[in-house]
Write a protein of this length. Structure first.
Length: 552
């Protein structure tokens, strides 16, 4: 089962690399601990709340008690299945803002500025506007990843965008094009009614080639001899064995499991490795540090008319929707129901959006529990660029043990200010004329929560992860003591070892991370193949002309 390249993890980046490396004629073996992604719970877009709450598909990680959130332990779902987290996520597709990537380049990730990554986003995409406008010149037309838009038939999707306009904000036809800022349609990785995961887009075509194979096994550590990665120690069918890599080992196991694997392999902060009896191969203090995530709240409104998805929130309707989807791949089951969105700036002096909205025409939590009020709708809202940082560390030297995860959410005073701003700006949007026919009253936080202290109490109790962990093996200059990989995704201090997934992000990007993770795999494949990068595209994006003096 040996190969030129052994990839640990069949997730968003791993699937992309398997496809591109095998396409180039290299032999590839992908190691994945999780099982099949077949079946309606994963493939039906509207069933998205199920797989992320099922131990069959999810690693089941939890944070340590979060000291600034009342010592709550927050769930951190990561895909333990073919396709990784792209098989259990909300299927929202966001590239991120141009300035996110320019910041990466300025932080030492040379060659990862927006001009450098834009051609890779285009290479990823097979974009379909669905008749809802968009920015064709900025989008890819024949890539493996189908990106679509929901039908937006529910009147609340239009009301959300109209209310944003009435509140004085920009609108945008395509937040993945020239202009991210504004209210407009949301995009999803759904194609012909099915979740279009990295497994469907990249891995299945790759596995049709004789030179690409997949094996189910738990990766225990990277085998390193004389400073070079030569293989992977795995547990498979109850036996421990070694899979040899002829050229390189590539880790793509998630921002939680990738740093864990590095540390189990002797790459990390020397003192921490010594605590767990692990021999040090490379003393890299940044391994597991710089953990970031997006935190969010649901601002929920009770509806005055039965126009919301709550009318389908019963066994009979769910069965009917499921049956229609099974036989036709159409109907309510064929969309994730996130069909309108917004990116706005929190205050003047912020030059590009730092708040994201997902709008949903039902009041329901990610765990599938509907609001007691019945008919309602909600906006998921949160700041995009918190300066709080956490860490992933080893709980033990046993590969079967989950690592310790501490996000350290809300550890900065500005986090609280930003979240209060999110709540107040959202209330203002819901108070616009466009929502007047639909709003009954505010469910959550509720009218009683007005002062800073009251809002802080609500945030402390109700803020949830948006499930975008990243940054735990930061990319940077080779002489940066806190960098873990160099700009070619090579693990610093070890030959023949690369890492490419959301772990390497120097700073979290605007929006959902599936798109940037796939882009990372695509670009890393070109670095690995040594065939040069796609030509840079120096396209200027839209920035609000009055950003210095106006919030909208």
């Amino acid at each position: 089962m040996d190969a030129d390249y052994v990839i640990i993890g069949a997730g968003s980046a791993g699937c992309a690399m398997a496809h591109r490396l095998s396409e180039a004629g290299k032999s590839v073996l992908v190691i994945e601990h999780g099982g099949s992604d077949a079946g309606p719970f994963i493939q039906m877009p509207a069933a998205l709340s199920y797989p992320m709450n099922m131990g069959l598909y999810d690693w089941g990680f939890q944070s340590e008690p979060e000291p600034h959130l009342g010592n709550r332990k927050l769930v951190c779902p990561r895909g333990k299945v073919i396709g990784g987290s792209s098989s259990i996520n909300g299927m929202v597709y966001v590239r991120g803002h141009a300035q996110d990537y320019d910041h990466w380049a300025e932080s030492g990730a040379q060659g990862w500025g927006y001009a450098d990554v834009l051609p890779y986003f285009k290479r990823i995409e097979h974009w379909h506007s669905g008749g809802h406008g968009g920015d064709k010149a900025w989008r890819g037309k024949d890539g493996p990843l189908h990106v679509t838009r929901g039908p937006r038939r529910n009147p609340l999707f239009k009301a959300f965008v109209d209310a944003g306009r009435q509140a004085g904000y920009q609108t945008t036809d395509d937040y993945n094009g020239e202009k991210q800022e504004g209210f407009g349609p949301m995009e999803q990785t759904v194609w012909r009614g099915r979740r279009w995961s990295a497994a469907n887009a990249y891995l299945r075509p790759a596995l049709k080639r004789a030179n690409c194979n997949l094996t189910r096994a738990l990766a225990r550590r990277v085998v390193i001899e004389n400073g070079r990665a030569v293989g992977v120690e795995v547990e498979r069918n109850g036996k421990i064995e070694i899979i040899k890599a002829g050229r390189e080992v590539i880790i793509a196991a998630s921002s939680i499991n990738s740093p864990k694997l590095l540390m189990l392999s002797g790459i990390g902060r020397a003192a921490h490795l010594a605590e767990h009896g692990i021999e040090v191969v490379a003393d890299r203090a940044g391994v597991g540090q710089n953990l970031q995530d997006h935190l969010e709240l649901y601002i929920q409104m009770a509806a005055s008319k039965p126009v919301t998805l709550y009318r389908y929130w019963n066994l009979f309707s769910k069965a009917r929707i499921g049956a229609q989807w099974l036989f036709t791949k159409a109907g309510m089951g064929a969309s994730n129901q996130f069909e309108s969105a917004a990116f706005i700036r929190s205050k003047k002096g912020v030059n590009y959006p730092d708040i994201q909205y997902h709008f949903l025409p039902i009041a329901v939590r990610y765990d599938g529990k509907a609001a007691a009020e019945g008919h309602g709708f909600q906006a998921h809202v949160g700041p995009m660029r918190s300066t709080s940082r956490g860490a992933v560390t080893l709980a033990s030297g046993d590969p079967n043990d989950a690592p310790k995860i501490l996000f350290n959410y809300m550890s900065q005073p500005e986090d609280w200010e930003d979240f209060r701003t999110c709540i107040r700006l959202t209330r203002e949007v819901f108070a616009q004329e466009a929502f007047a026919p639909f709003v009954k009253h505010e469910i959550q936080p509720g009218a009683a929560y007005q002062t800073d202290d009251e809002l802080d109490d609500f945030i402390r109790e109700h803020a949830e992860s948006a499930f975008h962990p990243c940054g735990t093996a930061r990319m940077g200059a080779a002489d940066d003591p806190m960098a873990v990989v160099d700009p070619e995704c090579r693990v610093i201090g070890v030959d023949g070892l690369r890492l490419a997934d959301s772990s390497i992000f120097p700073r979290i990007t605007n929006g959902n991370l599936n798109g940037p993770s796939i882009m990372t795999g695509e670009k890393a494949a070109d670095h690995i193949l040594g065939r040069g990068m796609l030509p840079a595209m120096n396209d200027d994006v839209w920035l609000h002309p009055d950003w210095k003096t106006a919030q909208r």
